[in-house]
Design a protein. Structure first.
Ligand code: PLP
Length: 287
């Protein structure tokens, strides 16, 4: 396996960075996760744009143009001869001294990893998953915007820990006002009749690329798609609940905090959305 690391490809075992890298020392950096389906990169431009927006927000200069970054991702996929893959781009502030000051870091470090997929086990897409809500709150959008996909993922890590403690595969964060925000690495949707709701970005959710794709697909299928705040009560009493994310795709949720959702199996609407999504990921991708 070949890793792209600062202007060159190196073998996985040689892909090492300094302990003085500020991504390591301070979580100072940004990242993206992207899927390749049958040789098609899904929503490459959207992911790339979000990467550059995240970097701009924290005043991090990516040492490549947007076009160069896309080309590097393509090169990494080809070099590893992958058709179906998960891509991780990491841009850290770079090597500096022990001080926090990012101005001591001369150049950002760029890592691109492409590897075969490890997603939720297949049977979970047929059974749906159980989730819980946890004590960890989403950080406030005005403090450190959850729209920045930064290397500070401690909230999300704590959510995963709480999910493990509750013996479930994923959990939901609320924001500081108690509105439902998102999962550790996925967005949430609830269905009531013909209406499909997802929390707006200002509640404290990453504006997921998969979320965007599902909003488009939902509209094209005639659903009323709404970005509106909602509470746990709305989740418990929804007809259907599902999560979306680059790794998770679209996965049905059948139990939340012990409350069975709908019939306790993936609903027809969720299944329809997943089916159309799976068709689109191949047809809409960039070769
Ligand atoms: N929310 C968080 C916190 C994430 O890290 C992710 C993953 O990227 C998502 C939501 C889902 O976003 P996307 O569909 O762009 O992968």
């Amino acid at each position: 396996q070949w890793i792209y690391l600062n202007d060159q490809f190196v073998k996985k075992e040689d892909a090492k960075i300094s302990v003085y890298d500020h991504g390591f020392l301070y979580g100072d950096g940004v990242f993206e996760g992207i899927r390749v389906y049958d040789g098609n990169i899904f929503k490459m431009e959207e992911h790339n744009d979000r990467l550059f927006r995240s970097a701009k927000s924290i005043m991090l200069t990516i040492p490549y143009t947007k076009e160069e970054m896309i080309d590097l991702v393509v090169q990494t996929i080809n070099k590893n001869r992958l058709k179906d893959a998960y891509i991780r781009i990491v841009v850290s502030r770079g090597v500096g001294d022990l001080g926090l000051d990012p101005y001591n870091c001369k150049r950002a470090q760029v890592v691109i990893i492409a590897e075969p997929l490890s997603i939720f086990p297949k049977h979970l897409y047929e059974t749906g998953i159980e989730i819980v809500t946890v004590a960890t709150r989403r950080n406030r959008p005005d403090v450190l915007s959850p729209k920045v996909k930064s290397l500070n993922y401690l909230n999300n890590v704590l959510v995963k820990i709480e999910a493990h403690l509750a013996n479930v595969s994923e959990a939901l964060m609320l924001n500081d006002q108690g509105y439902v925000a998102e999962g550790s690495a996925d967005n949430i949707f609830i269905i009531k009749g013909n209406t499909i709701l997802t929390p707006p970005g200002y509640i404290g959710a990453l504006e997921g690329i998969t979320r965007g794709a599902i909003i488009e697909i939902g509209k094209s299928l005639g659903y009323e798609m709404k970005e509106e705040p909602f509470t746990r009560h709305d989740v418990y009493t929804a007809d259907e609940v599902f999560l979306t994310g680059t790794a998770a795709e679209v996965i049905a949720v059948v139990k939340v905090d012990g409350r069975v959702i709908g019939e306790g199996v993936p609903g027809e609407n969720t299944k329809k959305l997943l089916a159309v999504f799976r068709e689109k990921v191949v047809s809409d991708g960039v070769k």
